[in-house]
Design a protein around this ligand. Structure first.
Ligand code: GLU
Length: 489
């Protein structure tokens, strides 16, 4: 084994990658980058029945989006390939033959029916579940009789019946399992495909993996893997099992918590920077305070010592907040570029396409402090694009204003504004402030009907800037519509 760090992310293309999966990828990637090691992607596609067609593309797409580049694996290749387990069947077969011939594995001819009955029996007698080792000691004759019947066997590992298997988990410390709690697990299925256990051990060995960082759910597989390493006389890698991720209700993270496919977050307008920052803190921390960390800071500081043993809590609110922070760190140009496709796809159909980038460029400064996701740009700024605004006439009336006084104020504003030669921030402010005084209103009493008239909402970006962007003609038109609404009320 070389001294360098070689870690792998080994997804099965059986579904879209969710936050839990990708957190594993991220921790491996951070660990590799911190140690100047290699980050390897290996596709564990040996469960033919559970394969999901575009899952692989979604996984790679998710990694690319987050900037988790891999040094070896699909598309980039590498000298330890192939990186798809389905293309390594011969290696597994050879290993299994070796295990059988040295007496560490055996052929099992039990039918699914027999296994089902065995299990039912175990359940009935409240016995521990697991294979009863029926075929472990078949005689040569019994074996060839089965072969003659044409039964295709599976190959099982001959797990030691006594003793213990332990290891030093880099996160949890010493972990020990009694061998008699492990059954004779399957290595090779009857379709010739390896099980996860076999393929994982063979590949981690052949790919010279130094550290296995994986989710806690795999902890109980590790003693099986270690027994295999022993039987094969391979030096095992070091293991580190990452803490579970729970929702704020402390239930295991599921779709219900909004944790579906990682690419859905992209669709909702989350930035890769904040996703990376957020996921890094799902089980790791720099200290007890720091929340916002750049990619480079994460790489510089990542260590397994600071990965917690207790479950991490997935707090969507925090992600939402972090995304707002990342979003505000973008330059005007970057934010503009990222917002454009969201406006194109999210604005109501009646808005004419293509959306003018130049126009959006004037809107961005007005909304950047107010949105937390890119998709919110469309909901927050739609009034800049719509021809007709929908709002209730009563929302036009400010504090202590009646329909009558509001109408009067709007009419006066309309007259003043129509006389303005230059429709800029300062002239608007000057004109409208002195108008409020003239009318004996406080500023809010005049500005709030104007805000609703021009934007259709009570909470909107700063009024004068907004009116400037909308332009004189559109503002006057909208004030007119508002007066009509009030009149009809
Ligand atoms: N294929 C397994 C998974 O989908 C990999 C587990 C491991 O990292 O060993 O998570």
């Amino acid at each position: 084994m070389t001294n360098s760090v070689r870690v792998r992310y080994a997804p099965s293309p059986t579904g879209y990658p969710h936050v839990g999966n990708i957190r594993t990828a991220l921790f491996n990637w951070l660990f590799a980058r911190h140690h100047n090691g290699s980050f390897i992607v290996r596709i564990e596609d040996t469960d033919v029945t559970r394969k999901v067609e575009d899952a692989l593309e979604a996984i790679l797409d998710g990694l690319r989006w987050l900037g988790l580049d891999w040094d070896e694996g699909p598309e980039v290749g590498g000298k330890y390939g192939p990186y798809f387990q389905s293309q390594r069947l011969e290696l597994y077969r050879q290993t299994v033959e070796r295990l059988v011939s040295q007496g560490d594995a055996y052929y099992c001819y039990c039918s699914p029916q027999r296994l089902k009955e065995m299990r039912a029996e175990q359940v009935r007698h409240k016995q521990p579940l697991g294979y009863d080792r029926h075929c472990r000691h078949l005689s040569e004759e019994e074996r060839s009789a089965k072969e003659k019947e044409g039964v295709t066997p599976v190959v099982r590992f001959q797990t030691p019946l006594t003793g213990q298997t332990g290891f030093n988990d880099l996160i949890r410390g010493q972990v020990v399992f009694d061998n008699n709690t492990l059954d004779d697990f399957i290595l090779l299925k009857s379709d010739g495909y390896p099980t996860y256990h076999l393929a994982s051990v063979v590949d981690d060995h052949l790919m010279d993996i130094s550290h296995v960082l994986r989710a806690e759910e795999w902890l109980s597989s590790t003693p099986r893997h270690l027994l295999l390493y022993q039987a094969l006389e391979f030096e095992p890698p070091q293991f580190a099992h990452l803490p579970m991720i729970l929702g704020t209700d402390r239930a295991k993270l599921s779709k219900r918590h909004g944790a579906s496919s990682i690419t859905e977050y992209r669709g909702q307008g989350y930035l890769p920077e904040s996703m990376v920052n957020f996921m890094a803190l799902l089980g790791w921390s720099l200290d007890d305070r720091t929340e916002i960390l750049s990619r480079q800071e994460l790489i510089d500081n990542f260590s397994l010592e600071r990965v917690s043993q207790t479950a991490a809590i997935f707090n969507h609110e925090k992600l939402y907040w972090m995304n707002g922070v990342s979003l505000r760190e973008l330059s005007h140009e970057e934010l503009l570029r990222k917002i454009m496709p969201f406006l194109e796809s999210e604005l109501p159909e009646e808005v004419k396409r293509p959306i003018s980038k130049e126009y959006v460029s004037r809107i961005v400064p007005l909304i950047r402090e107010r949105i937390n996701t890119l998709a919110e740009a469309a909901t927050y700024a739609d009034f800049f694009f719509l021809d007709e605004l929908e709002y209730d006439a009563s929302s036009l009336m400010g504090k202590k204003m009646s329909a009558e006084t509001t109408l009067k104020a709007l009419k006066a504003a309309q007259e003043k504004l129509s006389l303005l030669e230059s429709f800029d921030h300062d002239s608007l402010e000057g004109t409208l402030r002195s108008l409020a005084e003239e009318l004996g209103l406080n500023a809010g009493q005049l500005f709030s009907p104007l805000r609703v008239a021009t934007t259709g909402r009570t909470a909107a970006p700063p009024l004068f800037e907004t009116m400037v962007v909308l332009g004189k003609e559109r503002c006057l038109e909208r004030i007119m519509v508002a007066m009509e609404k009030l009149g009809n009320n």
